[in-house]
Design a protein. Structure first.
Length: 135
């Protein structure tokens, strides 16, 4: 049985040059493309400031999830890419700010660089749509 794939964008013009969708929804699953510390105009926020970029990446995830019919409370899996291993010390605090117990499954990967020079963090998530979780 094949499922229809819905593709979602955030409406930011600068994204078009990169030829990707911000989220793909298959059934109740929402796959969010890696989000980085850029503002609505595609400008890196506070270059060199890990926490500023991390908070912006999470805000971008919240925005994409909203467009795709989900929320941070519905995230099942997060993958975090860091350019600097020393920044991992901030990751548990970030998780507690944007997620709640029980926390989503998580993988953190240290990479040599990201798609654009100056980016320090990229986060991708998999979530479920609102209303698809039963207690």
């Amino acid at each position: 049985m094949s499922k229809k794939i819905e593709l979602h964008q955030t409406g930011h013009d600068w994204v078009q040059q990169y030829k990707y969708s911000a989220a793909a929804v298959v059934g109740d699953l929402v796959f969010v493309s890696g989000q980085v510390g850029v503002d609505d105009h595609g400008k890196i926020v506070d270059e060199g400031n890990f926490l500023a970029q991390a908070h912006q990446a999470f805000r971008n995830i919240e925005q994409v999830l909203s467009v795709a019919g989900s929320t941070m409370a519905h995230v099942a899996k997060a993958t975090i890419y860091l350019v600097n291993a020393d920044d991992f010390e901030h990751v548990p605090g970030l998780r507690s700010q944007y997620f709640s117990d029980p926390y989503p499954a998580d993988t953190t990967v240290i990479v040599s660089s990201l798609a654009r020079p100056g980016l320090l963090i990229e986060i991708e998530v998999v979530a479920v749509r609102r209303g698809s979780i039963q207690s």
